[in-house]
Write a new protein. Sequence first.
Lengths: 106, 106
Amino acid sequence: MDAKTKLRMEARARVLKAMAHPSRLFIVEQLKQKERCVAELAQAVGADVSTVSKHLSLLKSVGIVDDRKQGTQVFYRLKAPCVLEFFGCVEKVLQTNLQEQIMLVK
Amino acid sequence: MDAKTKLRMEARARVLKAMAHPSRLFIVEQLKQKERCVAELAQAVGADVSTVSKHLSLLKSVGIVDDRKQGTQVFYRLKAPCVLEFFGCVEKVLQTNLQEQIMLVK
DNA sequence: TGCCTAATTGGCAATATAACCAAATAGCCA
DNA sequence: TGGCTATTTGGTTATATTGCCAATTAGGCA
């Protein structure tokens, strides 16, 4: 893997890594419909506000979400909705795995 | 996030996490065309065979790749080619980020 | 059987992530 | 200004990931 390719793969990995966490996946799904403020998301996820704030800033740093300040609140929204497309494939993989588990038992 | 949702998000995260590494992304791209044995991939990645073997077993454990033994060699192939679809979105995100960097300089 | 090659596994050290609490910051309004 | 709420940031601890080397396993063949 040459240096240029390595840089490209690292950049891609940063984006995917930002998605690859249960809470962050959940957050992305929550933002599918409409924007949400940090407190709302923290409540929905069931984690400390500070924890969720860090998840959000990570998602923002790689360009997956965007934010908008309104008074003391910060609303986050999906900036790259195409990440939602990942789920179809992921679900297909999980389904296939499940089918294979079932086959083994039968 | 209720228990059931949490489990689903964790399952999804496992699949995405398996993708979220520069070497593994490169491996997935290498397998796009045709199957490859471990030594070939190790050579292409530029890492120890043992390291690449572990990357491969991780990809396999989540159902992204599959393997086929032929003599003493093990050929890996893409089992869920739909993961290649991720790249289009990821590249779009990276492009957008880049455009924004450029705007800041101008 | 004994040797060779290919791959996997175990172990370890370095680094990265994650969660929480506490403290700091920022905007609003009395 | 002072206090209130929302959010971010710092710090710490626990856990997970990564990569290499060494050792093991497994198939092929003399």
